[in-house]
Design a protein around this ligand. Sequence first.
Ligand code: SAM
Length: 291
Amino acid sequence: MTTAALTESNVATGVSGPLLADAEFKFLRDFVYQHCGIALGEQKHQLVQGRLQRRLRALGLKEFGSYCQLLRTDPEGELGELASAISTNVTSFFREMHHYDLLVSELLPRWLEEKKHNGRLRIWSAGCSTGEEPYALAMVLAEALERTGSSVDARILATDLSPQALEQARAGLYALERMDGVSDERRRKWFLRGEGRYEGYACVHPRLRELVTIQPLNLLHDWPMRGPFDAIFCRNVVIYFDKPTKQRLFERYAGLLEQGGYLFLGHSESMYGLSDSFELVGRTVYRKCTR
Ligand SMILES: C[S@@+](CC[C@H](N)C(=O)[O-])C[C@H]1O[C@@H](n2cnc3c(N)ncnc32)[C@H](O)[C@@H]1O
């Protein structure tokens, strides 16, 4: 396509910025599927174009051809940014509260009792985005440890593909207006109120940070950790994955969970017809079958 044609069609479509040709869209679809497991339908052409125009601007690139070339030469370097641009990092503290209720009322007291003699407790927040999920898990875990006076070795692993999301998770700094899910009592106990240039923000308390390890991880790649985990939270992540990718992922989760360990999915996700390794035991809560 010539520059003139590009400009004309930009005017015609009201789009400013470079246009994504069909062949480039196909390349991006294949790339994103192969590297992130995200299955983009044909109808996402405009959306991908719009979301990536911002990324091209940030990189100082004038056309999508150059961006595709960048992906060919440095696929790993750009993957996180690409995934962030086309998927969503939306999250919040205590999202899907019923999962935390189950932890507080049943699972944490049981695990801490079972593990009180030299046991270890491990929870993985897989697809943790900007950190609200693992820090909310850390709050209920820290409170359970305090309540029971337990000295169990308990930790939370938080992983994500997106470098920007992980940067925010590591900073642990949240705008007060994004903390609706956190009660006043918990705000006082687990956050430090920002002052001066941090007015309007709250920072995660070091006692919570100690419980959380934040690491980059693409769920489609090899995993360095050996487990076993007592629970895996993979919520609102597999929504973008196609059936074979979900099936493989759930089998890998089963391999890393304790017998009877728990897998928590997001509100619109299901394991129905995808795995025999789990049984449904609550609202989007699955338990690894004991065999
Ligand atoms: C909508 S957020 C969910 C955050 C949190 N789990 C929740 O439910 O609030 C989805 C996250 O999944 C991450 N993600 C998507 N594909 C991934 C992959 N292949 N490997 C690791 N993380 C991925 C995205 O970067 C994003 O931060």
